[in-house]
Design a protein around this ligand. Structure first.
Ligand code: GRF
Length: 195
């Protein structure tokens, strides 16, 4: 089952997906990686020989034009599932219309607590003792979609934002791989029945 991955950062979640996809039993294959900036994580895709593309907001007339360009590029990859793996922009109506219900996102907090760009920092500032990672189905809101899976991480008294984020990433990566595997295995079964 083909998947497209969208990133903005170091791509550790992308790397976990790529490693998993290389296992013979993997139900999914990464057919393209798209970033909104020169994300260092694109290297993981290049090293694996997977097509990459950078679609910058600054290269487009306005946000709507960027939204459309992003949706067009994703559509050209013909993925069954779109995975936002540290993609730091909200996806607009064109992508949601084309892939509604088939876009997932990973977030470094236990949603619905601490949505937005600073989930780790906000959880620390609030003084919670437990936070974690959440994989959601993407809708038009900011981290408001249906919760697909969650895992908890304890906050330590001495934690910096970096330390805590690293421990969250350690559980976030296998969680994302698990959800993507389940969703794409379902689609494989579905197409097998249909044909
Ligand atoms: C992840 O924790 C993601 O949930 C958050 O940013 C991080 C991205 O990490 N929004 P990476 O680029 O996958 O290494």
């Amino acid at each position: 089952t083909p998947i497209a991955v969208l990133i903005s950062g170091t791509g550790s979640n992308l790397a976990a997906l790529l490693r998993s996809s290389e296992e013979p039993s993997s139900p999914f294959v990464v057919v393209g990686v798209i970033a909104d900036r020169d994300a260092s994580g694109l290297e993981h895709a290049r090293a694996a020989g997977i097509p990459t593309e950078v679609i910058r907001l600054a290269d487009h007339a306005d946000r709507a034009a960027w939204d459309q360009a992003l949706a067009d590029s994703v559509a050209r990859l013909e993925p069954q599932l779109v995975v936002l793996a540290g993609f730091m922009k909200l996806v607009g109506p064109p992508l949601l219309e084309a892939f509604g219900g088939r876009i997932v996102n990973t977030h470094p907090a236990l949603l619905p607590s601490f949505p937005g760009a600073h989930g780790v920092r906000d959880a620390l500032a609030h003084g919670v003792k437990i936070t974690g990672a959440t994989v959601i189905e993407v809708d038009a809101g900011v981290d408001t979609g249906r919760i697909l899976a969650q895992v908890a991480v304890e906050v330590r008294a001495e934690d910096t934002e970096h330390d805590l984020h690293e421990r969250i990433k350690a559980v976030e990566q296998p969680l994302l791989v698990e959800v993507v595997s389940e969703l794409t295995a379902d689609r494989q079964d579905g197409s097998a029945t249909a044909s």
